[in-house]
Design a protein around this ligand. Structure first.
Ligand SMILES: Cc1ncc(COP(=O)(O)O)c(C=O)c1O
Ligand SMILES: [Zn+2]
Length: 413
């Protein structure tokens, strides 16, 4: 194994690959996994990885589980890169959607939990707890079940009922609770449960989950053969953006990519703490009072400092988009054959917004991470589909349809 241990992103503190859930014991900043990159560099290449099955674990040299360590895996990662055709609606000829909806529980969260839960088991835990608005809990429940671990999911009351049902089908206990932070802390601090989740105070999440997220950068490079010029991510707490930024930096230091992308965070106008921090040059992410957006997965009222740092270090920015723009992007993604949930469509809306502002130029390579799947959010998407269904229409309507004539409502394009 090439992982050396945990390193603090704030001070110079170094720690073993242990159970650190509240950040650096010295200064409270986020911890991340550090590797012997010289040794890694002497054994890995993009060609070697390409010969392996597409998966998070294809990149085992840059993951914290020792060789022979038992992986808790369901075949996550390797999401396809889907190019959006250039049309009147899309001015960007090199616009790609990283389609994370193909993961085992239909969201990028599976990359997090395959590493996080594997490490939980390695560290001797048999009980896992998390907080969720939907995707995170469904993924945690699936991987905990696979690992034979007890799982409690603290779920936002607005998390879709269908997803909560699946958490229970996977074997988790679901607790619906608006104020999840106090019980979460008590599970972990008083009763020794493993948190496969973000912990407070910000900006600290399990450093192991972030290692799973960073493979989105590796997969991007494997698919494009280069780093993109821009990588856009829908941001809540911010680990989903921070992970790939860590991954791009590792590949750059290893000499496997020639340049780094600018990493941009996208938020809803009704919940934009990271955007406020970037626009106002703040060092701390403020708390947004009363988040109000249909994109529940990115409705966290605050986020992590490491995310601000990632955006700034990359030369990127943070941009807000209205719910209207999010739904329009969702419709356009659907017409390109991809099914984002609203939070994920925000990344695409953000790309077009940054193109309008001239931050993204037409010849640039742009990747938007489509983090999760629309069909998991039937209520959020209801009413968006154009036209109407035809119910028992009768032979005359069938005849018109079969002749290829336009239906009662013509194609929206
Ligand atoms: C679909 C989707 N996109 C984006 C995010 C934001 O991820 P992060 O909290 O790491 O910023 C989430 C988090 O729940 C999510 O479910
Ligand atoms: Zn520190």
């Amino acid at each position: 194994m090439f992982a050396l241990g945990l390193r603090c992103t704030g001070c110079t503190g170094e720690y073993d690959l242990g159970a650190y859930f509240f950040g650096c014991p010295g200064c409270g900043e986020a911890l991340e996994v550090a590797y012997d990159e010289k040794a890694v560099g002497s054994v890995v290449s993009l060609e070697m990885w390409a010969r392996r099955t597409a998966s998070v674990w294809r990149y085992a040299e840059l993951l914290p589980l020792p060789a022979g360590g038992e992986r808790v895996t369901l075949g996550e990662g390797g999401a396809p890169m889907v190019r959006v055709p250039k049309t009147d609606e899309n001015p960007l000829p090199f616009l790609y959607l990283q389609n994370e909806t193909v993961n085992p529980t239909y969201a990028f969260k599976d990359r997090f939990h395959t590493v996080s839960i594997s490490m939980a088991r390695r560290l001797g835990y048999d009980r896992v707890v998390c907080s969720t608005t939907g995707n995170h809990g469904m993924s945690a429940a699936a991987y905990a079940s696979r690992a034979g671990m007890r799982c409690v999911v603290l779920a936002d009351p607005r998390a879709p009922v269908g997803q909560r049902d699946w958490m229970r089908l996977f074997g988790a206990t679901v607790v619906v609770e608006m104020n999840r932070k106090p019980p979460l802390r008590a599970f972990v601090e008083e009763h020794g449960w493993y948190p496969s989740t973000y912990m407070t105070p910000m900006p600290v999440a399990t450093p192991y989950g972030v290692e799973g997220y960073k493979t989105m950068a590796y997969d991007t490079v494997m698919a494009l053969g280069r780093a993109p010029d821009h990588y856009l991510f829908p941001v809540a707490a911010g680990d989903g953006l921070y992970g790939p930024w860590k991954g791009f930096q590792e590949l750059h230091r290893l000499g496997l990519i020639a340049s780094l992308p600018r990493v941009h965070g996208v938020q809803a106008a009704g919940c934009n703490p990271i955007v406020q921090a970037i626009e106002q040059g703040l060092d701390e992410v403020p708390v947004h009072p009363g988040p109000d957006t249909a994109a529940l997965s990115i409705a966290d009222d605050t986020g992590g400092r490491i995310t601000l740092r990632a955006i700034r270090d990359s030369g990127g920015t943070a941009v807000e988009v209205t719910d209207e723009a999010i739904f329009e992007a969702l419709r356009r993604a659907a017409r390109a054959g991809v099914s984002p949930e609203p939070a994920s469509a925000a990344a695409l809306a953000g790309a077009w917004e940054l193109a309008d502002r001239g931050v993204i130029r037409p010849g640039d390579f742009v990747v938007c991470c489509i983090t999760g799947a629309g069909p998991k959010w039937p209520d959020a998407v209801s009413g968006l589909a154009p036209g109407e269904e035809l119910v028992n229409p009768g032979r005359a309507v069938f005849d018109r349809l079969m002749s290829g004539a336009p239906g009662p409502r013509s194609d929206p394009r």
